[in-house]
Design a protein around this ligand. Structure first.
Ligand SMILES: NC(=O)c1ccc[n+]([C@@H]2O[C@H](COP(=O)([O-])OP(=O)(O)OC[C@H]3O[C@@H](n4cnc5c(N)ncnc54)[C@H](O)[C@@H]3O)[C@@H](O)[C@H]2O)c1
Length: 361
C-alpha cells in the first residue's frame, strides 16, 4: 500500500518528518502547508513536494491520506480537526496539545471521523526503551520502588528569542517540562504506570522574556506505590544527556538518552548478553541536550511505520490519542502543585486553573 503525506507547519521539526517519510518504502511527502506562504514554498523546494497556501486546498488533495502536524504546540488542535474532518489520518507532534480540553477535542474529532490519531513520542520506539518495557512486563524489577526522569538541558536566551511562540503559555503551553522534558515524562509513565500524586516546585531562573518555567522539580507517587522524581531544566549549562532510572526490589536499569548504561537484576536472563553488547556500543546523539536540532529522525521513522501499519491493519497505533494525553496531564499536575504548594492528585477532573498562565514574560 502506498501513502501520501501532507505536512502542516513547515518549521524545524517538519524537516525531520520529511527525512523520516523518505526512508519508508511506499510513503512520500506529497504536499505541505504553512500559515507563512514563504515557509511552505521553501520547504516544498527542498523536499520536492507541492506547497499549498490554504489548508483546505491541501486537505482536498486526494493523493494525501496522512498528515503530520508540526505547528506550535498550542496550535495543534485546529489543523488536526480540519484534517480529521477531511478524512485524513493524523500524526501530531508532542505535546498532543497544551490543555486537557484541547487534547480531548482532538481525540473526539479523530474518533468521530474514524481516522487514526497518533501523538509523536519517538523515544518509545528506541531499542533501549523497548528492552526496559519488556523487563518491566516480565517483572524483572521485582516490586517497582523508584522511577525517575532527569532532563538537565541547556537553551541559550537566543533559543527563546528565535520564535515569538517559544516560552509563552499561549502557544508553548509551558517551558522545560511541556516542551523539552515531555519525552521523558511520557517514557516514565509508560514504564512505571499512572501517576496518582504530585508535589512540585517550578522557577524561571536563568532566562529573560519568557513567561514559563525553565526549571522544574516534581515528586511523584505512582499508582503501584512506587515513588519518583522528574527534574527538568533548560538552564543547566552545558546540558547533559537525559536519563531515565527504573529501580525495584530485584533490579535496576538506567537509560542515558538512547543507551542502556545500567542493567542489574537478581535473576539473570538470556537477553542480558545482548543488552551488555548494546551498552558497549553507545550510539546516542546529543539528544537535544544543548542543541534542539541535534536529534536523530530514526524514532520518527519507526513511529511513522507503526502508524502506517495501524492504518493498513485497522488497529490502534502504539501511541494513540489517550496515550499522548498522559504526559500532558502529569505536567499540568506539576504546574498546579507548584503553584498551590500542596499535593495534587491525578487523574485531574478537568484542566487546572493556573495563575501562571496570566503572567507576562
Ligand atoms: N519530537 C521532537 O523531538 C520535537 C522537536 C522539536 C519540536 N517539536 C514539536 O514540533 C512543533 C513545532 O516545533 P518547531 O520547533 O518545528 O517550531 P517552528 O517554529 O520551527 O515551526 C513551526 C511552523 O509552524 C508554522 N505555523 C504556526 N502556526 C501555524 C498554523 N496555525 N498553521 C500552519 N502553520 C503554522 C510556522 O509558520 C512555522 O513555520 C511543536 O509542537 C514542538 O513541540 C517536536
Amino acid at each position: 500500500m502506498t501513502h501520501g503525506f501532507g505536512i502542516i507547519g513547515c518549521g524545524m521539526i517538519a524537516n525531520f518528518h520529511a527525512r523520516a517519510i523518505e526512508e519508508i518504502r511506499g510513503a512520500r511527502v506529497v504536499a505541505c502547508f504553512d500559515m507563512v506562504p514563504a515557509a511552505a514554498d521553501r520547504f516544498a523546494s527542498s523536499t520536492g513536494c507541492r506547497p499549498y497556501h490554504k489548508l483546505q486546498d491541501m486537505l482536498a488533495d486526494p493523493k494525501i491520506d496522512v498528515v503530520t502536524v508540526g505547528t506550535p504546540s498550542g496550535a495543534h488542535l485546529e489543523p488536526v480537526v480540519a484534517a480529521a474532518r477531511a478524512g485524513k489520518h493524523v500524526i501530531v507532534e508532542k505535546p498532543l496539545e497544551i490543555t486537557l480540553r484541547r487534547c480531548d477535542k482532538i481525540i473526539q474529532e479523530c474518533k468521530k471521523n474514524k481516522v487514526v490519531l497518533s501523538a509523536i513520542f519517538p523515544s518509545r520506539f528506541h531499542a533501549s526503551s523497548v528492552e526496559l518495557k519488556r523487563a518491566v512486563g516480565e517483572k524483572r524489577f521485582g516490586r517497582l520502588t523508584m522511577g525517575d526522569a532527569y532532563v538537565k538541558w541547556f537553551r541559550p536566551q537566543s533559543y527563546y528569542d528565535s520564535g515569538a511562540w517559544r516560552g509563552t503559555w499561549q502557544l508553548d503551553g509551558g517551558g522545560a517540562l511541556m516542551n523539552q522534558a515531555i519525552h521523558s515524562v511520557d517514557l516514565l509513565t509508560w514504564l512505571m504506570g499512572p501517576v496518582v500524586e504530585i508535589t512540585a516546585h517550578c522557577g524561571t531562573l536563568a532566562h529573560k522574556r519568557i513567561a514559563v518555567e525553565d526549571t522544574a522539580v516534581g515528586s511523584l507517587r505512582f499508582a503501584n506505590g512506587a515513588l519518583g522524581v522528574i527534574e527538568a531544566s533548560t538552564a543547566t549549562y552545558p546540558g547533559y544527556l537525559k536519563r531515565i532510572e527504573i529501580h525495584g526490589s530485584a533490579g535496576s536499569a538506567v537509560i542515558e538518552e538512547e543507551d542502556i548504561v545500567k542493567w542489574d537484576f537478581v535473576k539473570k536472563s538470556r537477553r542480558d548478553a545482548t543488552i551488555r553488547r548494546q551498552m558497549a556500543q553507545k550510539k546516542s546523539t546529543g539528544g537535544g541536550a544543548s542543541d534542539p536540532t541535534a536529534i536523530g529522525h530514526h524514532g520518527h521513522t519507526m513511529q511513522f511505520r507503526d502508524v502506517l501499519s495501524a492504518i493498513e491493519k485497522r488497529r490502534k497505533p502504539a501511541v494513540d490519542g489517550p496515550e499522548g494525553r498522559r504526559s500532558v496531564e502529569i505536567i499540568l499536575g506539576i504546574y498546579k502543585a507548584a503553584e498551590i504548594g500542596r499535593a495534587v492528585t491525578l487523574p485531574l477532573a478537568k484542566d487546572p486553573v493556573l495563575k501562571a498562565r496570566t503572567r507576562k514574560a
